[in-house]
Design a protein around this ligand. Sequence first.
Ligand code: GLN
Length: 309
Amino acid sequence: MDLQAIVNDTWNALADERGGGTPARYIPALAAVDPCKFGIALATDDGQVACAGDADEKFSIQSISKVFALALALEREGSALWDAVGREPSGDAFNSIVQLEKEKGIPRNPFINSGAIVTTDRFIGRRGVDEAVRDLIDRLRRMGRNPQIDFDQDVARSESEAGERNRALAWFLADFGRLLNPVEEVLSVYFRQCALSMSCRQLAESALFLAFDGTDPVTGQKMCSASRARRINALMLLCGHYDNSGQFAFEVGFPGKSGVGGGILASVPGRAAIAVWSPGLNRAGTSLLGAKALAEIARRTGWSVFSGQ
Ligand code: GLN
């Protein structure tokens, strides 16, 4: 299969729709991004990365970071993490608070904001915040094979300034005794993790471990066990797009994780990791064109996890 041709054809087929959807405006740094950006990167186990459009331009990965935070928190905590966060789709918006009270501060899953705040807290563990941030960035640099990967300080600051809802979620969790670290310390890591800047190519390369049983097939780096990778994929499929997860599975059929910066990271087990970027979002905060591009790639490759090929 000529994957570069598929990526090019997908990009060309959708290029006229650039600018569709609504970019995130809750912080100025995201509102200022050109809405016509559109990138695709598809990484495979032979080290090839088929790219099109703005695949090498960095953008704010936002909630895509929750996948990496989950893998790293599981590495530190093991399955004890599941005492603090559930594994069910929430059916609510990413920043919803409604289930937290009824469920006594146990978030439904690690990809809604409340669940990600708990995951980040466990990733910090008992070490200091600075050490945890250094560790996070260091791991992403190694996985993304790029020592330049970093977070955007302006985005992180704006996240904090516009962070009332996340503060509310974190204080609610703290009231139930669910956080190990002080609220502001956890949030300072969470905001920086959301503000990581990466390109589609870097994201796809960093996520190969998800598609290949926990180990990056190109570098041989092991991120997690095969069963853990399988489980992270399961959660991405069921919860990766919040109250749009069903629609995404229906249209695309890949485990995926969206971010309000307009990126989507998808894992196609046994085949590839794919990252797409287009800033315009649908009502659930998933990139409109990004989801269409992934649906098109699924159709052209026959790789939907629900197909028999
Ligand atoms: N930084 C955003 C928030 O915490 C991330 C949300 C997202 O990408 N869905 O609200």
